[in-house]
Design a protein around this ligand. Structure first.
Ligand code: ADP
Length: 640
């Protein structure tokens, strides 16, 4: 059954160009969705990372601040110490004694505070007192005039700087305060300095998972994770500047061998930058760069900026996952829609098919009803026709019977002369004998009269013998098949022609095969056929000098009995042979023949299941073959 097209057809039912366009559209929709999901997820991922980075900066900033600035107030204490003031006020030759006192004070202060190096510079930048005076690598007499904090402090400005000292080459954070002498109108007579170690900060820094930097106001990296970035500059700087910075702050170490080329503008709010892959020393350098969220913050009270870098790859992976999930969700949604539509289409198709089937059933039922009515009509028409045919057949059979009877009577009529002749002789004799008998009775000669009457009796019996077969032949009886002895039937027929045969000197020849004596037919009708054939043969031989009539009975190959009746008559013309069995065909004179004998004979034989055929006889003349059914296989001879 052909399913009707519907608006819910699958894309495969669309024309090819539409299908291609549809698929392209779908692809574009998927791509757009993936892109959108990626972007949204990336945006939220970066936002979340920004919050984390800000929080991390808070923590780092607080840690650095507490570590670095906890000794910021020490120079004030140094400034007020009388030993230090005495040392700075004393002329250079008297400084040795003063220096010991000042050193002890500084050492005690240092021991009390636990760690930082505290020292005092004179106005030339030379260390005149130091808390580490007891160590051999102490700072005493070191010239720190090159350090930026010294220049600031002698100008009256408290200063703080990150620097590496050139004695121990240790980095540290320096707080410097000018020392004023109230006796000299608060003139600056020296500088009190405390150096905070930043080991704890360093340790904490290197433990950082994510890359992070501390850069100073000159964009020099002071602390870095990875540590290989330390003392690099953010940007390329002129060699003279680098040389000066190295000399002033980093104990003459060369700077600028690495330029990270990171632009920190706008990083306060977080900014996506790309860092090379060889970020860490333990990762082999490879090509390409990776995205990071860089976030910077100024440390209060310093000129430092802390920068943390958050790896954006997890965000990318998450965004890609979200994009894939969105695409998958859209795919599922589309599949769901397609599935639903397909189900609806199938359901509708089934419904339509059911409706069509119902319609077809109804149509079929209507057709069947109509055909049944037609057939009933045809059947009743046929029944009527059959009845009419049966009636016609009955009429025909009645007519045939009448015709057979008429033909018989016609034969009898033709034989009437011969019969009359046959009867006239005994009748005349009877008349004479009876008259003589009466005379002899009158004369009293009863014996002679008795003899005459005995002869009369014989003659009447002879007449009865003549009339008996005629009566039998003329009897109108329905055709009923039974076992018929062909020799007897032939004798009966020949008997009717007895006088004519004698008169016309006809030679009769008969040959009946041993296994062909009995046929299954109606004896009376067969006799009628034979009478007709014998009569025709005698008519045909009338003018012939030799009259021979032969009968031969054989069993044909078909199993039927074949009775051949041959004569030595004139035979048939070709035209006569062609029309022999047509009704009313006769070559005889009017009044001598009706032309019905052969037609009726053949009909009679066919009624039995036999037939009649005509042809020339071997020695001239005519030959008729009567085919008769043999006795049935189950025939049992009736017991007498
Ligand atoms: P009818 O004898 O009344 O003419 P039939 O039907 O018996 O009618 O015969 C038809 C014709 O067939 C005959 O008129 C005759 O011409 C031809 N016919 C029949 N038997 C013979 C025969 N034995 N020899 C020659 N002609 C025959």
């Amino acid at each position: 059954m052909i399913m009707p097209e519907s608006d819910t057809s699958l894309p495969s039912s669309l024309p090819r160009p539409h299908r291609v366009l549809g698929l392209l559209g779908l692809l574009v929709a998927f791509l757009l969705l993936a892109l959108l999901s990626y972007r949204v997820s990336e945006h939220f991922g970066i936002e979340s990372m920004r919050r984390d980075a800000s929080h991390q900066l808070d923590i780092l900033g607080a840690a650095i601040d507490s570590e670095v600035t906890r000794h910021a107030s020490i120079p004030s204490a140094v400034e007020l110490n009388p030993d230090v003031l005495a040392l700075l006020r004393a002329p250079s030759e008297a400084q040795d004694i003063r220096q010991v006192e000042a050193n002890r004070f500084l050492q005690k202060l240092n021991d009390h505070l636990g760690g930082p190096a505290i020292f005092v510079l004179d106005m030339t930048g030379r260390v005149v007192a130091s808390s580490d005076w007891i160590f051999s690598d102490n700072l005493l007499d070191s010239d720190l005039s090159y350090m930026p904090f010294f220049r600031d402090a002698v100008r009256g400005t408290p200063a703080r700087h990150y620097a590496v000292d050139h004695v121990r080459h240790e980095p540290g954070y320096y707080f410097a305060l000018p020392i004023r002498d109230e006796t000299r109108e608060w003139a600056i007579i020296g500088v009190a300095v405390v150096k905070s170690g930043i080991r704890e900060v360093e340790r904490r820094w290197l433990a950082q998972e994510a890359p992070a930097l501390i850069v100073d106001r000159n964009d020099v990296v002071l602390l870095a994770s990875p540590s290989t970035w330390r003392y690099a500059t953010l940007h390329q700087q002129p060699p003279a500047v680098l040389e000066r910075l190295g000399r002033q702050q980093f104990a003459g170490q060369p700077l600028g061998t690495i330029s990270l080329d990171i632009d920190l503008d706008g990083t306060n709010e977080g900014k996506v930058i790309h860092l090379p892959r060889h970020l860490r020393a333990d990762v082999p350098p490879t090509l390409g760069a990776r995205p990071y969220l860089a976030m910077a913050r100024h440390l209060s009270g310093t000129a430092w900026r802390v920068v943390v870098f958050s790896d954006l790859r997890p965000v990318g992976v998450q965004a890609a996952t979200h994009a894939a999930l969105s695409v998958a969700a859209l795919g599922c949604l589309l599949l769901g829609i397609l599935y639903t539509r397909q189900r609806r289409r199938l359901a509708r198709g089934r419904e339509e098919a059911r409706a069509m089937l119902e319609r077809a059933n109804q149509e079929l039922e209507c057709k069947v009803e109509k055909r049944t009515a037609d057939l009933s009509e045809a059947v009743s028409g046929l029944q009527r026709e059959v009845q009419e045919r049966q009636r016609a057949e009955q009429t025909l059979r009645a007519a045939q019977a009448e015709l057979v009877q008429a033909a018989k009577l016609a034969v009898l009529g033709q034989m009437a002369t011969g019969i009359t002749h046959e009867l006239s002789q005994p009748l005349g004799a009877i008349r004479t004998l009876s008259a003589n008998a009466a005379e002899f009775m009158r004369r009293g000669d009863a014996a002679t009269a008795g003899k005459n009457l005995a002869i009369v009796e014989q003659l009447t019996e002879q007449m009865g013998n003549i009339i008996g077969p005629l009566k039998t032949f003329a009897r109108k009886s329905p055709a009923v098949s039974s076992a018929v002895d062909l020799a007897q039937a032939l004798d009966g027929a020949l008997f009717l022609f007895e006088s004519r045969l004698k008169k016309e000197s006809v030679v009769i020849e008969r040959r009946i095969a041993a296994d062909a004596g009995m046929a299954w037919c109606d004896r009376n009708r067969l006799q009628q056929v034979l009478v007709n054939l014998i009569g025709n043969a005698l008519d045909a031989m009338q003018d012939e000098p030799v009259r021979r009539l032969s009968f031969a009975v054989d069993r044909a190959s078909s199993g039927k009995l074949a009775l051949a009746v041959s004569d030595s008559g004139c035979g048939f013309s070709e035209e006569a042979l062609a029309h022999l069995f047509e009704p009313f065909f006769t070559t005889k004179q009017p009044g001598e023949g009706l032309g019905l004998g052969l037609t009726i004979s053949r009909d009679i034989l066919r009624d039995f299941g036999g037939d009649l055929m005509a042809g020339p006889a071997p020695g001239g003349g005519a030959r008729f073959v009567v085919l008769l059914p043999p006795l049935p296989a189950d025939y049992r001879k009736p017991t007498p």
